[in-house]
Design a binder for this molecule. Structure first.
Ligand code: NAD
Ligand code: RM4
Length: 255
C-alpha cells in the first residue's frame, strides 16, 4: 500500500481532541511520526500518543499554551529532539467562545485573538525557521474556517482570526516559496467537536446548520484528514497559497 507521509516528521497544534487529534492520527496512518501540542487535556494527549504508537509510529505530546510565543519555539525544539527534523506543520489549535458583539468582554476578545491568530503566527514562524535551517523545504497547513469567508453573529471576535489565519498562509506562501515551503489553509464548515457542542445544543440552530449542507450532515473530525494529508503530501507539490473548503457544500448553498 502506498502511504503519503512515510517517515515524515509532522507537528500538529491543539491535537488532544477534535480535528487536530484526527489529523495527527491520520498523518500517522500515512507513515508519519507525529508531535502534538496540547494545552490542558493530559489524558487526551496521552491517548492520542498511544493511538499513534499503536500504529507503529513515534509520537510525543508537548504541553503549552499557543498564546505564548515561547510555546512555539519549545514545541519545535521538542519535535527536533525527538525526530531530528520538522517536515510538516499543522496549525490547528483554536477557540471560539460564542458571545454577542455589543457586550463582548475585552478579555474574551483578546484571548481569542491571542490563541487563534497570534498563536498561529508564532507557531508558523518557529516551524518555518526550522524548515529553512534544514534547507530542503517543508509544508504548512493552517486550519482556518468557512468563517474566513462568512460571518457569525456570536463570532465577531472569532471570524477575523480565521480570515487572518488564511491571510497568513497567503503571505507566508510568498515569503517561504523560495525555500520550497508550501503554505495552505483548510476551511472546515461545521464539524461536530467540543468547540461547538454548547452552541449546537440549540436544536433549532443545529437543524438550520444541517439543512444548509447539500451533503446532508454536519462534519466529523475525520472528514478533515484526507484534505489535510493531501495538502501535506507531494500530491499537492504545486499547491501553495490555496484554501480548500471542507464543508459538505455549506458555503455555496445560498438558494
Ligand atoms: P476542539 O475544541 O475539539 O479542539 C481545539 C483544540 O485546540 C483542543 O485540542 C484544545 O485543547 C486546543 N487548544 C485550545 N486552546 C489552546 C491553547 N491556548 N494552546 C494549545 N492548544 C489549545 O475544536 P475543533 O473543532 O477540533 O477545533 C480545531 C480547529 O478547527 C480550531 O482552530 C477551529 O477554529 C477550527 N475549526 C473548527 C470548526 C468546527 O466546526 N469544529 C470549523 C472550522 C474551523
Ligand atoms: C467554525 C464554524 C462553525 C462553528 C465553529 C466553532 O469556524 O463557524 O460553524 O461551529 O467555528
Amino acid at each position: 500500500m502506498t502511504v503519503l507521509l512515510e517517515g515524515k516528521s509532522v507537528l500538529v497544534t491543539g491535537a488532544s481532541a477534535g480535528i487536530g487529534r484526527a489529523v495527527a492520527i491520520g498523518a500517522a496512518r500515512q507513515g508519519a511520526d507525529v508531535a502534538i501540542n496540547y494545552h490542558g487535556d493530559d489524558a487526551g494527549a496521552d491517548s492520542a500518543v498511544a493511538e499513534i504508537e499503536a500504529l507503529g509510529r513515534r509520537a510525543i505530546a508537548v504541553k503549552g499554551d499557543v498564546a505564548e510565543p515561547e510555546t512555539a519555539t519549545a514545541f519545535v525544539a521538542a519535535a527536533v529532539a525527538a525526530f531530528g527534523r520538522v517536515d510538516a506543520f499543522v496549525n490547528n489549535a483554536g477557540i471560539c467562545p460564542f458571545h454577542a458583539f455589543l457586550d463582548m468582554p475585552v478579555a474574551t476578545f483578546e484571548r481569542t485573538m491571542r490563541v487563534n491568530l497570534h498563536g498561529a503566527y508564532f507557531m508558523v514562524q518557529a516551524a518555518a525557521n526550522r524548515m529553512v535551517e534544514q534547507g530542503n523545504g517543508g509544508v504548512i497547513v493552517a486550519v482556518s474556517s468557512i468563517s474566513a469567508l462568512v460571518g457569525g453573529e456570536n463570532q465577531t471576535h472569532y471570524t477575523p482570526t480565521k480570515a487572518g489565519v488564511h491571510s497568513l498562509m497567503q503571505s507566508t506562501a510568498i515569503a517561504l516559496g523560495r525555500h520550497g515551503i508550501r503554505c495552505n489553509s483548510v476551511l472546515p464548515g461545521t464539524i461536530l467537536t467540543d468547540i461547538n457542542k454548547d452552541d449546537l445544543a440549540d436544536e433549532t440552530k443545529r437543524r438550520a446548520m444541517e439543512a444548509r449542507v447539500p451533503l446532508g450532515r454536519l462534519g466529523q473530525p475525520d472528514d478533515l484528514v484526507g484534505p489535510v494529508v493531501f495538502l501535506l503530501s507531494d500530491l499537492a507539490r504545486y499547491v501553495t497559497g490555496a484554501a480548500l473548503l471542507v464543508d459538505g457544500g455549506m458555503f455555496v448553498n445560498l438558494q
